[in-house]
Design a binder for this molecule. Structure first.
Ligand code: PLP
Length: 424
């Protein structure tokens, strides 16, 4: 028997997290490697959300605000705090990643108004870049943006960052794990470099939360945002979170003054008085149906333990890289992620000139007995293979790589058009 397959089976056998897959909706003829874009549905979520809809909304109606809903966001914040190494009163859950980033960047730039440079990098997610561009154009017109250039869109040297940060650097905003290459920053190093120059750091944890160990307090992080629908399995478009270190909360102001940021929203006071703690970053009535879907996924992560999840992710990432080297490099694939596992998040990106059509063939096999394999595609030619330790097995990784190699050798991808679908 093939030694990689034997090894995969042996590793699955001793995997302490193997049982967690059963907590999700699974389809035996589908291998899902896109948990870094949209996590799977936890079985418990079906029950939880139907209870919210049928009983809380259907029967109890508005009484549910006091009975269940008004503290829901705080209950979820407590769980996220445990996953990202923060205190419960440093996390707000609601709105979207983009909106939360806007609030924090606006607030931080206002606080540091004597400094006029903003730093980010070309590995950052487009929405993050757009928000900075918009803030400069609309509000912080004297500010300039420095976009650090990565090496081949794969990684950034820490020397590049340390040379870039100057006394005039107001803030640095980066994705902890790059959505493209999976490059993982050392949070502590960057925070220290910034703080030496009295600069602030805003982290985007979207591609890291739930798959890597994050220690916001221990690394003295200032601010962060993140989404809950990727490795946290909160469901499509589920509300995001933001983090502000306790001692910074009083110094920052939410640019959007609104009733949920008011000290006493239910006094219906005609004048705005800012709430004191993390609640000041709220805006509106919480989206209860989608908030309600977040908790079951977080409970699974807390039960498994984020350290155990990270340990499995690291081990699987090394196994996946070995498979790629053995089966795909000879077929003209290139690795577009750091080769050093300690510098990667929980996905690996590979490129091939036929990436888009290979990705289509994986999702829609010609032979109906073949398993469907879902990775994702990012332009111009990245195939991202996401490892979600809670439900990805070593054998899944083996089968996915063998399947890719077969699609290329048989040229099965030629059955597909190069025309892109709307959501890739
Ligand atoms: C997924 C992701 C987002 C998504 O932003 P939304 O406003 O929730 O759509 C933002 N930033 C990063 C780094 C992401 O990975």
């Amino acid at each position: 028997m093939n030694s990689f397959l034997e090894k995969a089976k042996a590793l699955d056998k001793i995997d302490p997290l193997i049982g967690f897959k059963e907590k999700f909706v699974n389809n035996p003829s589908l291998i899902y490697l896109d948990g870094n874009s949209l996590g799977k549905l936890p079985l418990k979520t079906i029950e939880t959300t139907s209870n919210i809809v049928k009983n809380q909304w259907g029967n109890r109606l508005i009484r549910s605000w006091n009975e269940h809903w008004i503290d829901l966001s705080n209950e979820i914040a407590k769980k996220i705090a445990l996953i990202v190494g923060a205190q419960p009163d440093e996390i707000f859950v609601g709105d979207t990643t983009s909106l939360n980033l806007y609030k924090l960047l606006f607030a931080a730039l206002t606080l540091q108004k004597d400094k006029t440079e903003i730093i980010t990098d070309d590995l950052n997610f487009p929405t993050d870049l757009y928000i900075i561009q918009g803030l400069i154009k609309q509000q912080f017109k004297n500010h300039s943006l420095k976009v650090l250039k990565s090496n081949n869109e794969v990684f950034i040297d820490s020397a590049t960052i340390s040379e870039a940060i100057k006394k005039n650097t107001s803030l640095i905003t980066l994705s902890l794990v790059s959505y493209k290459s999976s490059f993982l920053y050392n949070m502590k190093t960057i925070n220290n470099l910034a703080h030496k120059n009295d600069s602030l750091v805003v982290w985007d944890l979207s591609h890291a939360a739930g798959a890597t160990t994050i220690k916001l307090n221990e690394t003295n992080a200032d601010m962060a945002v993140g989404c809950t629908y990727k490795y946290l399995n909160g469901g499509p478009g589920s509300p995001a979170f933001l983090y502000v270190r306790k001692d910074l909360q009083n110094k920052l102001t939410n640019p959007i003054w609104s009733w949920f940021a008011h000290q006493k929203p239910f006094d219906f006071d005609p004048n705005f008085i800012e709430s004191s703690g993390i609640q000041k970053f709220a805006i509106s009535t919480p989206s209860i149906l989608s908030l309600g879907a977040i908790s079951p996924g977080l409970d699974i992560i807390l039960e498994a333990g984020i350290e155990n999840i990270q340990a499995k992710s690291s081990k699987q990432s090394v196994f996946l890289m070995d498979l790629i080297q053995k089966y795909l490099i000879p077929l003209n694939f290139k690795v577009a992620s750091p080769l050093d596992q300690t510098k990667r998040g929980s996905h690996i990106s590979i490129t091939h000139e036929e990436s888009y059509r290979i990705n289509r063939a994986m999702i829609t096999p010609k032979n109906i007995n073949e398993k469907i394999i879902i990775p994702d595609f990012r332009p111009p030619n990245l195939i991202r293979i996401g490892i979600t330790p809670l439900y990805t097995s070593y054998q899944d990784l083996y089968e996915a790589i063998i399947r890719i190699s077969e699609i290329v050798t048989s040229k099965e991808y030629e059955n597909f058009s190069t025309e892109k679908l709307t959501v890739t």
